[in-house]
Every structure is written in C-alpha cells, then in structure tokens.
Design a protein around this ligand. Structure first.
Ligand SMILES: Nc1ncnc2c1ncn2[C@@H]1O[C@H](COP(=O)(O)OP(=O)(O)OP(=O)(O)O)[C@@H](O)[C@H]1O
Ligand SMILES: [Mg+2]
Length: 356
C-alpha cells in the first residue's frame, strides 16, 4: 500500500537555529505514527508543519499523493483545506460554549445542516462517553472530561488525519492509562490515520504502529515499537528507551573488557563487533541477595554490592557496584540494603551491541 502521508527532508529553523533537520517518514492509511523524544527535540514543531500552522523550510510534505507543503514549488495548502484535526495538551475548548457547541463548531464552519450536525455531535460524544454532559461549559468539567470533549471535537469532522500533541500529559497517571487505551480503540474503530506526540515511552509503544524517536531535530530511529525497544539503533535510543546500562567495551579472550577494566563474562561470537558499546536494559538485570551460586543455567552471573535501592511498588530498583567504576542498574523482587552483597543475573540474549 502506498504511503498516505509522506514527509521528505522536512526542515525548520527559528532565528537561524535549526530545530528540525531532514525529517523523512511514510505513514499508511489507518496507521498511527508516534513522535517520541525529550523536551525541545522538535516534536511540536514537526506536528505544526503537518497541521499547516507552520511551513517547512525545505523538502516536501504530501497527503494522499497531493503536495501540501513544498518551498521549491511555493506550494502551501492552508490548515482549513487539509481537513486534519488537532488535539492539544491543554484541551483548548472554547470556554463560553457548551460541550455540544464546542463539538458542533467544526461542522457549523463546514456548513453542515442542523439535523446532521446534531446526530454527528451525539455520536461523537457517545464515543467518548460524554453525551450526558452536553449542556455543560468546559469549566464545569474535570481535566479528563475536557480532553474527552476535545477528542470528540476532533473526531466529529471525520478528519483525514488526526494530530495529537501530548494529549494526556496534563492528566494524572491512572486517567492517562485509561484514556490511552480508549484513544487506541477510537483510532482503530474510526480507521483514523494519526500522528501522536509524546515523551512517554509507554504511550508510544502502546499506541504506535511506528515510533519515530527524535533527538535534537532529527529522527534517530523509525521502526515498529518492538524493534525500537529490542534493538535501539544509537546510544541515544538505548539510553532513552528502557533506560539501559551502556558500557564502552573491547572484545577480549574471556568476554568483553569494559572501559573500566572490568571483564564481563559474556559469550561472544563472530557477529560481536570488535569494539563499541554494549547495552543491557535494566529489566534484563535481575538482582539477588548473597553471592552467585554455581551452575547459572547459561546466564551471566556477577558478584556485586548494593549501593542504592529505590522501592517502586511492584519491584525494587537497585544500583549495584561491581568495582569502583562499574555500576549496573537492575531490579530485585525484594528490598535490599546499601552495602549488602548481591549478585546479578543477566540473560546473555539481552546484550545488544552498537558499533559506535
Ligand atoms: N516559534 C518559535 N520561535 C523560536 N524557537 C522556537 C519556536 N518554537 C519552538 N522553538 C524552539 O524549537 C525547539 C523545538 O521546540 P518544540 O516545541 O518543537 O519541542 P518539543 O519536542 O515539542 O518539546 P516539548 O516536549 O517540551 O513540548 C526548541 O528549542 C524551542 O525552543
Ligand atoms: Mg511540544
């Protein structure tokens, strides 16, 4: 299937500073692309170029094979003509209008008649379970309810593309979890194509058909969420996703010699690069009290000492020192005391190598 939305070499500078650089992606109809990355990496700027609020400085943006934005040919299709919807972090409802009026507004602008308007508003509010609130003003709603209305307002116009900029980040953790699943359901039910911005990797992985990991204006990795998680392409990706342990290494006779001098007793094969960085996600490092036992079932076992622990509720995060300059982060099922001897158990398949 050909790409529905395609971006080739998008670029943006503000006051001479490049904030987006050479952005390429292709999105199929009905798919959700998540833009994931730290604050200031250019996510909202890219979304605003997609919406038409900003124009790209270079490259080309196409939707359904039609050029929307291309400086070389002086093409720029305005926001109104794109028929895209946006959902923002701060809900952005009109305070003087009721819920129903907020949702109906886009249909009114399009000149859709009253009876169709009313039935579509009702259907959209039903979809987000807000139909009983239709007469209220935004100030009479909770944050989560306001965001549901904002989502209904985006859905009701049957947009060709829905753009969501951190729609859940103003909500508390429990509500975020519930609404995340609801949004995923609404996107699929309505067969919507979406671009979703977040800095939360759990949101990115559960919503994205593709995840674009952004850093300093560039897409560092663009792939299915499973691949971005299991095989980060760069050191930035490894440290941002899954908070890996990352060590510089060189191959040695008995495994990997880390930069600190510590020898990690890992099996290496022909494919293991001569030198580079080895990444081990925290959840692949299990930590137990005491000393490593004989017979480790093919796991890498290392004696260490607990230097920090942090109780997370469902598990305990541990910093364990193997020597003065080699510290691993991993998880224990029980609380441990700083200074206590521990051992680490690492699945050798969890080692991921980067050549740089
Ligand atoms: N209108 C503007 N004028 C000047 N600089 C801007 C403008 N808009 C954004 N920037 C800068 O561009 C960079 C990218 O900003 P952007 O808002 O796209 O980041 P973001 O990834 O959405 O961050 P956050 O997660 O904090 O929302 C930042 O350094 C920001 O200061
Ligand atoms: Mg932003």
């Amino acid at each position: 299937m050909a790409a529905f939305l395609s971006s080739e070499g998008l670029q943006k500078s503000f006051d001479g500073t490049r904030v987006l650089d050479d952005v390429h992606f292709n999105l199929k109809r009905g798919e959700c692309l998540v833009l994931l990355g730290p604050s200031g990496c250019g996510k909202s700027t890219l979304l605003n170029i997609l919406s038409g609020m900003l124009q790209t400085d270079a490259g080309c943006l196409r939707c359904d094979r039609v050029v929307l934005d291309e400086p070389a040919t002086q093409t720029h299709v305005g926001m109104r003509s794109r028929n895209f919807s946006m959902v923002f972090q701060d809900f952005s409802l009109w305070p003087h209008m009721t819920v129903a009026e907020n949702v109906a507004f886009g249909l009114r602008v399009k000149g859709i008649g009253r009876s169709e308007r009313e039935s579509r508003v009702k259907q959209a509010l039903d979809q987000v379970q807000m139909s009983t609130f239709f007469e209220r003003k935004p100030a009479q709603l909770s944050g989560g309810q306001q965001q549901r209305v904002a989502i209904a307002r985006a859905l009701v116009v049957k947009p060709r593309l829905i753009l969501l900029d951190e729609p859940l980040s103003a909500l508390d953790a429990r509500l975020r979890e519930d609404l995340k699943l609801e949004i995923a359901g609404l996107l699929k039910e309505n067969d919507l194509t979406a671009v979703y911005v977040t800095h939360d990797q759990a949101e990115a992985f559960s919503l994205g058909d593709q995840v674009a990991l952004m850093n300093q204006g560039r897409i560092e990795q663009l792939d299915r969420p499973e691949v971005v998680y299991a095989r980060p392409a760069t050191r930035f990706a490894a440290s941002f996703i899954g908070s890996s342990n990352i060590f510089a290494y060189e191959r040695s006779n008995d495994g990997l010699r880390l930069e600190s001098g510590f020898s990690l007793p890992a099996k290496i094969d022909m494919d293991t690069p001569e030198r580079g960085h080895v990444c081990i996600r925290r959840e692949a490092v299990q930590i137990f009290p005491g000393k490593t036992a004989c017979g480790n079932n093919g796991h890498i076992s290392i004696n260490a000492s607990c230097i920090k622990e942090s109780f997370l509720g469902d598990r305990v995060e541990i910093h364990a020192e193997v020597d003065a300059t080699t510290v691993f982060r991993g998880y224990s099922e029980i609380r441990l005391k700083p200074g206590e001897p521990v051992y680490l158990r690492i699945d050798p398949h969890a080692l991921h190598f980067l050549e740089h």
